[in-house]
Design a protein around this ligand. Structure first.
Ligand code: NAD
Length: 275
């Protein structure tokens, strides 16, 4: 039996990278999919977000597993856009069982905390932290109506430890872990679970079109190969984390095998935070 059969899973930031990996893996487990992204550019973020074509590619990869896939555009910085997208998903499927809050940005970085502009700081918090809260706000009423659901917040090892010259990103991800724990207490009595995943630095996978590793390396003024070498040295398992590793953990948290797990923070980081 597929682990997410008869469930509807909404993934934000589904156009590429970790979001695409989570979406395709959930589809493989039989879930109908709602795939949300916001193509374009964001102020202060010096790289392109996922495109509409990439989102369509994710949907096609999901449909290959025989499930339905609805694509939606919504910027998680906008409550109105988020609400409209969730309403469309509810109209189509009548329910949302799982929310994978994955949309996030990794820029700006490469500056000491006091050197960031207010706009750079605000946008990191607005997308990575407030965006996840806005999604939760829109989806939770549907889960309460079902008396069940699972929210998976994709945080980062930057939610557990500091990284030099990444203060805004680190603050946003620490905040997301705080949201995870409090929301787990709020919704536990209604069987709605809320957990966080903390990927370590994830190797860009060409099949997933992800590029955040390259962006991070660039902001530190080194090549992706140099970045990978540094990451490899710093992890216990001496192997880099792939988007598929995060997707496997997300599917476990999404499904009933983790039914007694809420308010937890799971690092999928090859042992980076073990020391
Ligand atoms: N790649 C890593 O090394 C790594 C490590 C730890 C945590 N993470 C986290 O994993 C998540 C996914 O990262 P990724 O590496 O796949 O990045 P990515 O840039 O490849 O994908 C992120 C997706 O989110 C979307 N997005 C960004 N801002 C949005 C907004 N305002 N509204 C809607 N969608 C938006 C983008 O369009 C993109 O498709 C992020 O939350 C990131 O912080 C990544």
């Amino acid at each position: 039996m597929e682990r997410l059969q008869n469930k509807v899973v909404l993934v934000t930031g589904a156009a590429r990278g970790i979001g695409r990996a989570c979406a395709v893996r959930a589809a493989e487990e039989g879930a109908d999919m709602v795939l949300l992204d916001a193509p374009g550019t964001l102020p202060t973020v010096g790289y392109e977000l996922g495109t509409g074509d990439q989102l369509d590619d994710t949907a096609e990869l999901c449909r290959k597993h025989g499930v339905a896939a609805l694509t939606l555009f919504a910027d998680v910085r906008s409550s109105a856009a988020v609400r409209a997208a969730v309403d469309q998903a509810a109209d189509r499927f009548g329910r949302i069982d799982v929310l994978i809050n994955n949309a996030g940005i990794g820029a700006s970085a490469g500056k000491a905390a006091h050197e960031m502009t207010e706009e750079e700081w605000q946008i990191l918090l607005d997308v990575n932290l407030s965006g996840s809260w806005r999604m939760l706000q829109a989806v939770v009423p549907l889960m309460l109506a079902l008396q069940g659901g699972s929210i998976v917040n994709v945080a980062s090892t930057a939610g557990l430890v500091g990284y030099r010259h990444f203060a805004g990103y680190v603050a946003s991800k620490h905040g997301l872990i705080g949201l995870t724990k409090s929301a787990a207490l709020d919704y536990g009595p209604f069987s709605v679970r809320v957990n966080a995943l903390c990927p370590g630095p994830v190797r860009d996978d060409p099949r997933m079109d992800g590029g955040l590793g390259g962006v991070v390396a660039n902001s530190l003024g080194i090549s992706l190969d140099e970045q990978d070498a540094v990451d490899l040295e710093s992890v216990a398992l001496k192997t880099l984390v792939n988007p598929a590793d995060i997707a496997d953990a997300a599917v476990w948290l999404a499904g009933d095998e983790s039914r007694k797990v809420t308010g937890t923070v799971i690092a999928v980081d090859a042992g980076f935070t073990a020391k």
